[in-house]
Design a protein around this ligand. Structure first.
Ligand SMILES: [Zn+2]
Length: 374
């Protein structure tokens, strides 16, 4: 490699690339990448946070440096402020403070109250030069699930809709599969591998009997959340009977039936990570209270949910303002009748329309994908 010193942005871009490799495996922790550059500008160490509970990016990067004399006057690039608290591993800020490196550059301050500037202070106290904010916007976008969960306590909710050109999401008989083409379905499987959980409503569970697993791409399977207000879905659905059955979480307001039939029932006093299989919530207009459900999922450590919604769930989430991001596939197909992708969401006048933000349009196979924020 040429020994010309490149810009901070150049090395940070590499650190962001490394961080991305942890997607799907580190939540509810952030994605973090780290690059160590010697005083000649050569990358001598790289690492990323690979699995929840395992070594942080900085530790992996330092361990990858073959000749420790390269650390003298080196610069460390990290996508997030190094941690300052004793978690599952010792604090990275202290570890870096003890090395003969000269400079530490990071993209984003860690809003976790246990860190939030304390990592920076430890480094400054040890005489390191600290620079922050390099590619900060890219780092924020990369960790949008983590940042949302750590600051609100709730999971980041993305609503995915697949509709025909005339705005239908299911035919008259209720079936809704195969509206979009294969490239769009592959993209959905990629998302499933990246979100902590995938959520569906009762009708989708009954009509389509989906597996909600990752099959068209490589990747890990998400948790599966189904809203079953009455706790009456048949137990022979894939969600309850396949080999991933332990990854299914039911949200219900029929607390007595759930207590009778499910084992174990999650009481929220039981904070074991992902141990609960049934989340009990109250009622809101004769349906399960979705806001309460989302708050409880956040407390369980779920930081992101992809909702693969039919009409009822999409309408309920949008009308209660519970959606953070939308992915809407529109296929060049016509149904003419059936179920609309979204029904009445409380809007009566044109000036009350929901205007989406940060809108992107992409063609995926023959379908159009609109990605936007609420
Ligand atoms: Zn750390």
């Amino acid at each position: 490699m040429a020994n010309s010193v490149k810009s901070d942005e150049y090395y940070m871009q590499r650190a962001l690339q490394l961080a991305e490799k942890g997607r799907g495996y580190v939540a509810p922790n952030p994605l973090v990448g780290c690059v160590i550059v010697n005083q000649e500008g050569v990358i001598v160490g790289e690492g990323f946070h690979e699995r929840y509970g395992e070594a942080h990016a900085e530790v992996n990067a330092v361990n990858s440096v073959e000749d420790s004399s390269e650390l003298l006057n080196a610069t460390v690039y990290i996508t997030l402020e190094p941690c300052a608290h004793q978690g599952k591993t010792p604090p990275c800020a202290n570890m870096l403070a003890g090395l003969p490196v000269k400079r530490v550059v990071y993209a984003l301050g860690d809003p976790n109250p246990k860190v939030n500037g304390k990592g920076e202070q430890i480094l400054r106290d040890a005489g390191k030069i600290v620079s922050k904010g390099v590619l900060e916007n890219e780092a924020k976008l990369q960790n949008e699930f983590f940042l949302y969960h750590i600051t609100t306590g709730k999971p980041f909710i993305t609503l995915k809709i697949a509709q025909t050109l005339d705005g239908y999401t299911a035919a008259l008989d209720g079936t809704s599969q195969w509206i979009t083409g294969k490239p769009a379905r592959e993209m959905v499987h990629l998302w499933r591998s990246q979100y902590d959980a995938v959520m569906i409503g009762r009708n989708t569970a009954l009509e389509d009997n989906p597996k909600l697993t990752v099959r068209h791409v490589e990747g890990r399977n998400p948790l599966r959340i189904v809203i079953d207000g009455q706790f009456s879905l048949p137990r022979n659905l894939h969600l309850f009977s396949d080999q991933h059955e332990e990854k299914t979480i039911v949200i219900t307001h029929n607390t007595s039936k759930a207590r009778e039939e499910s084992d174990p029932v999650l009481s929220l006093l039981d904070q074991d990570y992902f141990r609960g299989r049934t989340v009990l919530v109250g009622k809101r207009e004769s349906h399960s209270d979705l806001r309460e459900a989302i708050i409880k999922l956040g407390k369980m450590g779920i930081s992101s949910v992809l909702v693969e919604a039919g009409n009822n769930l999409a309408t309920a989430l949008l009308s209660q303002n519970l959606v953070d991001k939308l992915h809407i596939f529109t296929a060049p197909k016509l149904l003419g009748s059936g179920t609309r992708s979204v029904s009445h969401i409380g809007i009566e006048r044109i000036n009350e329309m929901i205007s989406l933000h940060k809108v992107e349009w992409n063609q995926v196979g023959d379908d159009m994908l609109c990605t936007a924020y609420l």
